[in-house]
Design a protein around this ligand. Structure first.
Ligand SMILES: NC(=O)c1ccc[n+]([C@@H]2O[C@H](COP(=O)([O-])OP(=O)(O)OC[C@H]3O[C@@H](n4cnc5c(N)ncnc54)[C@H](O)[C@@H]3O)[C@@H](O)[C@H]2O)c1
Length: 347
């Protein structure tokens, strides 16, 4: 079976491509390479000869995507492609609505015309905004009130998918959709082939590891006076391979006409200080901290209640220790201190 993976050259998408290839599927990966890595695609194509087709294109190109879906008889789509930086989305909101919302609309139209049967969408905890403290850990029925254009651009896609799914069921041509709301993804695949290499990097674990490897001088802690046990913000980190496993389970479970949403996290929070200490233990290196001011829009705590996917599909994160996540990211970073080093970079 051939599966379409959008954003397949990115951090999470490339890990998903690898897992699908390992499971025996053929994969078509589409990516603009705006933030993805041609090198990741080359490595995977070499490891799985003849099984990966990489298309350097934008998912907004509806005719092209529809043509690929039809030509390959594709029934399953994993949609990772997006811009995913909160701060950038506040600076350039229209770019986010164009690239995340409008491009997804084009993709959905292509899927509709080409009779795709299952679509799994990378949504985000950012669709919840700043939930009331009484709603943490966050369940899927927590009201979604995003506080930045990134979260809003993703929530709009969730709504389009829900409406599409309902209309197709009414028309007797059911399609199944899952929106997976990720919390903070970290770590690298155990084989050491793939890793996290963002330009610019905004995720805490790789930023701290960059301070350990000497790529940056120090790690800044933005606010140490939050109402949390050690005063720093608490987030829910999930290992990338656990995240990919959840996609595989969901894809296998989706039945025609279903629309599902699941939170993906471990259910346990780690504070910024705990992450830094875990990285110190994982690397055995000194890591210099700097105190910074709070950033607007950073809630004190965001953790998932992953109970729904555990009950429905028996999925639970296997890696629950932030130190283990940091150790897996560190192995790749030590071997690739300059990342994939293929010249990819943000605009
Ligand atoms: N990394 C996280 O912690 C996290 C958390 C929540 C949600 N997510 C979501 O997961 C998905 C993957 O995130 P990631 O961390 O791997 O990001 P990433 O930037 O590494 O990967 C996204 C990929 O999509 C590609 N892309 C972007 N727009 C495209 C378009 N219009 N057409 C084709 N390709 C396009 C980029 O070039 C990149 O390779 C995103 O949708 C993101 O919103 C990530």
């Amino acid at each position: 079976m051939t599966i379409l993976v959008t954003g397949g050259a990115g951090y999470i998408g490339s890990h998903a491509v690898q897992r699908l290839l390992r499971d025996g599927h053929d994969v078509v990966a589409i990516d603009t390479l705006f933030r993805g890595h041609a090198r990741a695609m080359h490595l995977l194509a070499r490891a799985f000869p003849g099984r990966l087709t990489f298309i350097h294109a934008d998912v907004a190109d509806r005719a092209l995507v529809e043509g690929i879906l039809r030509a390959r008889g594709i029934r399953d789509v994993l949609h990772f492609a997006a811009m995913a930086y909160v701060g950038e989305s506040v600076e350039e909101p229209l770019r986010y609505y164009r690239n995340n919302t409008l491009a997804s609309l084009a993709l959905i139209e292509a899927c509709d015309r080409a009779q795709v049967e299952r679509l799994v969408f990378s949504s985000t905890a950012a669709t919840y905004g700043e939930p009331d403290a009484s709603r943490i850990p966050i369940r899927e029925d927590c009201p979604q009130h995003p506080i930045n254009p990134y979260g809003a651009s993703k929530l709009a896609v969730e709504r389009m998918l829900a409406d599409w799914c309902a209309s197709r069921a009414r028309a007797g041509r059911p399609v199944a959709v899952a929106c997976l709301r990720y919390f903070n993804v970290a770590g690298s695949d155990a084989s050491g082939l793939l890793g996290e290499d963002h330009h610019p990097e905004t995720h805490l674990v790789p930023l701290v590891l960059q301070a350990a490897v000497g790529v940056r001088e120090a790690i800044t802690i933005f606010g140490a006076d939050y109402p949390t046990p050690d005063g720093t913000c608490v987030r829910d980190y999930i290992h990338v391979e656990d995240l990919v496993e959840a996609h595989i389970r969901v894809l296998g479970a989706l039945r025609p006409g279903e629309w599902r949403a699941y939170n993906l996290g471990t259910g346990r929070g780690a504070s910024v200080r705990e992450v830094i200490d875990a990285c110190r233990r994982a690397t055995g290196r000194e890591i210099t901290e700097r105190a910074g001011a709070r950033r607007p829009g950073d809630p004190p705590e965001l953790t998932a209640d992953p109970g729904a996917i555990a009950r429905d599909l028996g999925w639970k994160a296997r890696v629950t220790s932030i130190e283990d996540m940091a150790a897996s990211a560190w192995r790749w970073m030590l071997a690739h201190p300059r990342g994939y080093d293929d010249g990819a970079g943000g605009a």
